[in-house]
Design a protein around this ligand. Structure first.
Ligand code: NAD
Length: 427
């Protein structure tokens, strides 16, 4: 099949190259000229393991453009993969979905063959039919579910293992209304051996939010129990090992520490909180999930101050800036509130991350431009007596932490074993 991808970020690139790998031809589209150029040169605009190798291997099977007409007229299915960030009040910002829908709609007006538009971006229930559909219909002069197909297909990939997740998902959710569209999507996904959950469109939208809200809840729950354990001198990781073996609970994603970040959990939980309030529901639990998460970086600073009461003028080494290992993504990274607080207290910060230093500086200029960056993790240990571990990159397991004061938000075992002073956040 010929697929076009609107928005060539994390989800767009993985979806597009995933479909290439499954034997399809793909046109990527982005408003960012630099990304378009990089893709056309066979380079990945984001860091994700295996992506650039795949782009090299299948060089003839994809291209990129910024021209919507070209993308829509030369494809059979279009996936909307643009960002859906939070507004100031936490509600979903649909600006990019709206502008993409408008351009797709204009191009659809000129298309003779049946075309399917699929919303893959995470959108609050009601968006595909209440926002995307009217824009597409108005711009194209055509009717959804009759003249063109419209569906919602949420994405569950995890950055760092995104290609693997796309090709071997736990499930594929297809939110559809008309048979033709359902057939197209089932055909496109037929090479993937995974349960396919076919629902109506707003149920598919909600499945994504319920999944992310549950996972975020699991982390905040682990952190709340972890904070209690810390006070009681109990290793919460051992506790969760014992608890997770209950098959109703599962050991996966059950770790205490600095909390969740990234482009999805914080914004999606906030968006569904706002949506709930909009329809007159008070989401008590979900609000607490966010509150617990926001407290974890403060707890780390409190632990640090137990060992280093005066931060003014102290050099603090930071290991890890990405919101999790194996990605260069720094959106909502817990490193940001920690470093901001260090700077507020007058500390001098030197940081290292294998992939995310450039992004950190660009995304958070208010702190990113006020800190030093090291060439290697070893340089951090050479230059700072006090070290904070904020992302669990595997290479941090190979460092010499002796003679260091280490406050660990993620649990690097080598540091735990060898540091002169070691404090784990919840263990
Ligand atoms: P991203 O910011 O990495 O990529 C979005 C891309 O869309 C950018 O390259 C941007 O330039 C482009 N764009 C913006 N407006 C556009 C327009 N009008 N036309 C064409 N391109 C446009 O975002 P992402 O992380 O890939 O997330 C995309 C969506 O997928 C979001 O809704 C997100 O919640 C969801 N999602 C993300 C993940 C993840 O792990 N990143 C996982 C599952 C779902």
């Amino acid at each position: 099949m010929r697929v076009s991808i609107i928005g060539s970020g994390y989800v767009g690139m993985i979806t597009g190259m995933g479909f290439v790998k499954l034997g399809n031809e793909v046109i990527f589209l982005d408003v960012d000229e630099e990304k378009v150029q990089m893709i056309n040169e066979g380079r990945a605009p984001i860091y994700e393991e295996g992506l650039e190798e795949l782009m090299t291997e299948y060089r003839e099977k994809y291209r990129a453009t910024n021209d919507y007409r070209e993308a829509i007229l030369n494809s059979d299915v279009t996936f909307i993969c643009v960002g859906t960030p939070s507004r100031e009040d936490g509600s979903i910002d649909l600006r990019f979905v709206e502008s993409a829908s408008k351009e797709i709609g204009k191009a659809l007006g000129d298309k003779e063959d049946f075309h399917v538009v699929v919303v893959k971006s995470t959108v609050v229930p009601g968006t595909t039919e209440g926002v995307v559909k009217p824009i597409l219909e108005e711009q194209s002069g055509k009717m959804a579910f009759k003249d063109f197909g419209l569906a919602m297909n949420p994405e569950f990939l995890r950055e760092g293992v995104a290609l693997k997740d796309f090709l071997n998902p736990d499930r594929i959710v297809l939110g559809v209304k008309d048979e033709r569209t359902k057939d197209v999507l089932e055909k496109l996904y037929s090479p993937i051996d995974a349960p396919k959950v076919v629902t109506d469109i707003k149920t598919a939208e909600m499945i994504k939010y319920a999944s992310n809200a549950f996972l975020a809840t699991k982390i905040s729950f682990a952190n709340e129990i972890g904070n209690i354990c810390k006070k009681l001198g109990i290793d919460s990781w051992k506790v969760f090992e014992g608890v997770g073996l209950d098959h109703r609970i599962s050991p996966h994603f059950f770790r205490s520490g600095l909390g969740f970040g990234g482009s999805c959990f914080p914004k999606d939980v906030k968006a569904i909180i706002k949506k709930a309030e909009e329809v007159g529901e008070e989401p008590v639990l979900l609000k607490a999930v966010i509150e617990v998460n926001e407290r974890q970086p403060i707890k780390l600073i409190e632990l640090l101050k137990r060992h280093v009461p005066e931060l003014k003028g102290r050099k603090i080494g930071v290991l890890g800036l990405a919101f999790k290992p194996n990605t260069d993504d720094v959106r909502e990274t817990r490193a940001y509130p920690v470093i901001r607080r260090l700077l507020e207290e007058g500390a001098e910060v030197i940081a290292y991350d294998p992939k995310a230093m450039r992004n950190f500086r660009k995304f958070y200029p208010d702190v990113g431009e006020r800190i030093d960056y090291a060439e290697s993790p070893r340089e951090i240990l050479e230059k700072a007596k006090v070290v904070l571990i904020l992302t669990e990159w595997p290479e941090f397991e190979w460092l010499d932490y002796s003679k260091k004061i280490v406050i660990d938000g993620r649990r690097i075992q080598r540091a735990e074993r060898t540091a002169e002073v070691y404090e784990g956040l919840c263990w």
